[in-house]
Ligand binder design. Structure first.
Ligand SMILES: Nc1nc2c(ncn2[C@@H]2O[C@H](COP(=O)(O)OP(=O)(O)O)[C@@H](O)[C@H]2O)c(=O)[nH]1
Ligand SMILES: [Mg+2]
Length: 303
């Protein structure tokens, strides 16, 4: 056994939970300082647990970005919500993010009731303070704390970074003593192939509307380093129906070209090299009921 009591370093997990769109992924990206989790204005963008790793002095704080918690309907929804609560139960500290502009919605209320059953330390983060008046924040903080008791309340804007440093200070202080779990230069535990698939999935979310983002998933099939330093990446966008494939492709391939260009640009930044991106669209009728697709996404397959 290693005696951690005399250790100078601390290391632990902070799970971020909240309703879809509260700003969880934005906050992780802001604190980590790099985009490790994709963000869109649409709900249910994040599907699995994404870990973003931040350093503060001698301490390592591993943020676990979770899918939003909502009333699940489909199997994929259930997998995401289970994953979010599971992430909370494995953490050293749970942070509940609430969109300050939306306040205590029915969805938030249900989450807060669930949070009451969690035994570890809990903090409340009221996010998007750039969108609300200051005086309404105190009332909201009081109201939320009546439903679930929190050890601390923070008020931040994940978007512009207001007070996000305070969060990191507090969390690093609260982490248990112990050795770092990840190397110093690591910012996410997501494998490159999966991160690359997430980037393309973000572009699909941004480009397409209605049910399409939710009917699609992206997987990286091939990743090849070329002798000239460039990278060839092949990815498949899975959809459920032929009609959806037509929409993803778009008239004269316009949509898929736009998705591809946007993804390629960001992938080049990520790998710091020229990227040749090849996107294929495949119809897989019941991918949402296929355990293999869930494994690829890092989700447990709910029976
Ligand atoms: N104005 C404002 N918008 C924010 C803030 N944080 C996140 N957002 C926006 O809220 C939306 C959802 O953010 P996201 O991080 O994907 O939420 P998640 O579903 O909780 O992960 C995106 O359009 C973000 O740009 C904030 O502090 N202020
Ligand atoms: Mg998210």
């Amino acid at each position: 056994m290693i005696d951690t009591q005399d250790m100078k370093t601390k290391c632990g997990f902070v799970a971020l939970i909240g309703a879809p769109n509260a700003g969880k992924s934005t906050l992780v990206n802001k604190i980590v300082g790099t985009k490790v989790s994709i963000v869109t204005h649409k709900v249910q963008t994040t599907r699995s647990l994404i870990r973003g790793i931040a350093l503060k002095g001698d301490d390592q704080v591993i943020f676990v970005d979770t899918p939003g918690i909502f009333a699940p309907k489909r199997r994929l929804d259930r997998a995401m919500v289970n994953t979010a609560w599971g992430g909370a139960k494995d953490a050293d500290l749970v942070a509940v993010l609430v969109d300050a502009r939306k306040g205590v919605t029915e969805q938030v209320e249900r989450i807060l009731e669930g949070v009451n059953d969690i035994k570890m330390p809990k903090v409340l983060i009221l996010n998007k303070i750039d969108l609300v008046k200051r005086d309404s924040l105190l009332a909201l903080a009081a109201k939320v704390n009546e439903i679930a008791g929190f050890d601390q309340t923070f008020m931040v804007s994940a978007l512009n970074g207001d007070h996000t440093d305070d969060i990191l200070d507090y969390f690093s202080d609260q982490m248990p003593k112990g050795p770092w779990l990840y190397p110093e230069d690591m910012i996410s535990d997501l494998p490159m192939r999966q991160l690359a698939a997430e980037i393309t999935r973000e572009k699909v979310f941004l480009r397409l509307h209605e049910e399409l983002p939710y009917a699609s998933t992206v997987e990286t099939e091939k990743w090849e380093q070329k002798p000239d330093g460039s990278v060839r990446i092949e990815q498949v966008i899975y959809v459920e129906r032929d009609s959806q494939k037509m929409i993803v492709l778009g008239k004269n391939g316009r949509s898929i070209k736009a998705i591809s260009m946007a993804a390629r640009e960001e992938l080049s930044e990520l790998v710091e090299a020229k990227v040749h991106l090849f996107l294929f669209v495949k119809v897989r009728e019941r991918w949402v009921d296929d355990p293999e697709r869930y494994r690829e996404m890092g989700l447990e397959f709910p029976i």
